[in-house]
Write a protein that binds this ligand. Structure first.
Ligand code: FES
Length: 111
C-alpha cells in the first residue's frame, strides 16, 4: 500500500463524486461534508461502471441492475431485486473501500 496523489481537493466539491484511474484501477472518490471517501468503481454484481449510476445522498445506484452501495463504506445498502437475481444467479457484494486524505489541496489515496 502506498499513498497516491490523484487530484486537487478543490476540484471535487462537497456532495460530488468523481472516478479516477489509479495504476489501472478504477476508483470513485466522493466528498461528503468535506471528508473524502473512496470505493471501487466497478459494480461487484456484473461489472457495471458505478460512476454512470445515480448518486443519492451517501449512496450510489448501479446503472445496470440497481444495487445500491454506500459511497463512504462500499457496503451494499440494497441488493438487486429478485428478478435480476434469478436471471443472473448472483448477488452484489460489498465493494472495497480505501483510505483517503487531503493535504495542501491534494487528494491522496492509500492503494
Ligand atoms: S451490474 Fe451492478 S447491480 Fe448488476
Amino acid at each position: 500500500m502506498a499513498w497516491n496523489k490523484i487530484g486537487k481537493s478543490d476540484e471535487l466539491k462537497q456532495g460530488e463524486i468523481k472516478e479516477y484511474n489509479i495504476n489501472g484501477k478504477k476508483i470513485i472518490v466522493s466528498n461528503m461534508d468535506d471528508k473524502f471517501y473512496a470505493i471501487d468503481a466497478i459494480c461487484s454484481h456484473l461489472g457495471a461502471e458505478l460512476a454512470k449510476g445515480k448518486k443519492d445522498n451517501n449512496t450510489i445506484i448501479c446503472p445496470k441492475h440497481h444495487a445500491i452501495f454506500n459511497i463512504q463504506t462500499g457496503k451494499v445498502e440494497k441488493n438487486i431485486n429478485g428478478l435480476f437475481k434469478f436471471m443472473t444467479r448472483k448477488d452484489a457484494s460489498d465493494l472495497k473501500s480505501y483510505e483517503v486524505k487531503a493535504e495542501n489541496n491534494e487528494i491522496m489515496i492509500n492503494l
